[in-house]
Design a protein around this ligand. Structure first.
Ligand SMILES: C[C@]12CC[C@H]3[C@@H](CC=C4C=C(C(=O)O)CC[C@@]43C)[C@@H]1CC[C@@H]2C(=O)c1ccc(O)cc1
Length: 224
């Protein structure tokens, strides 16, 4: 793609292959066109918005599992660990994905409609504010596709372990004037983690008004 930057020269061959594999998997990480189209055409009731977001969330989890399976080495992990990593990071990966969608230049109209539907889907204002603050703070990083893909892979693979150091090499190269760029990137992951808490509240407030989730969301978030 046009905005794909050249791989950093001081990356080893296998690191370069790893970055390319993750980037390729990430670029297949798309919401089906018909779901995105519904965003623009379906009705605008709170219930309709919730159902649309539920369908998007369900799609997102399926796409996330496919992306994760294509991260080199993931499938050689112990099976229980694979499930634990996915369950532990699904919410963060989803909010990271939505932040990347809001900060990318998706076709005009999509993000406005999407934002409008999120604001009118029964999520209370006290969770909307941190959510959109996070979107702004991710947008401010101007991540390129490699960084977005790597950050998603980091979020999934190391929910609680110290981060691998060589990602910083890639970031330093693309942001030479900002030596602390990688630290800023990791700082966003801390902010992202706080959204887990809000998400639990969002889900339980929807459950109170007996909203239905899909089986996949129930399974990955231990709902119902
Ligand atoms: C996270 C979210 C569901 C998934 C949405 C996200 C907004 C934007 C998106 C963009 C996507 C793309 O273009 O690829 C994939 C889906 C996501 C990532 C929503 C904001 C709030 C909502 C939510 O928390 C929610 C949770 C459970 C539900 O049943 C419904 C919504």
């Amino acid at each position: 793609t046009a905005n794909r930057s050249p791989p950093p020269p001081n990356c080893s061959r296998e690191q370069r292959a790893l970055i390319q594999a993750i980037l390729k998997a990430y670029e297949r990480h798309q919401i089906p066109h018909d779901v995105a189209k519904k965003l623009l055409h379906d009705q605008y009731s709170v219930e309709e918005n919730f159902l649309l977001l539920t369908e998007m969330a369900t799609n997102q989890v399926q796409v996330l599992v496919e992306f994760t399976k294509n991260i080199p080495g993931f499938l050689s992990l112990d099976h229980e660990d694979q499930i634990a990593l996915l369950k532990g990071s699904a919410v963060e990966a989803m909010f990271l994905r939505s932040a990347q969608v809001f900060s990318s230049k998706t076709p005009a109209g999509h993000t406005e409609v999407l934002e409008d539907r999120i604001r009118k889907s029964g999520i209370s204002e006290e969770f909307i504010i941190p959510m959109f603050n996070f979107y702004k703070s991710i947008g401010g990083l101007h991540m390129n596709p490699e960084e977005q893909a790597l950050l998603t892979a980091i979020t999934i693979l190391t929910p609680d372990r110290p981060y691998v150091k060589d990602q910083s090499k890639l970031c330093t190269l693309h942001h030479p004037h900002e030596p602390q760029y990688f630290a800023r990137l990791l700082g966003r992951l801390t902010e992202l983690r706080s959204l887990n808490h809000y998400h639990t509240e969002i889900i339980s407030s929807w459950r109170v008004s007996d909203h239905k989730f899909t089986p996949l969301l129930c399974e990955i978030w231990d709902v119902q």
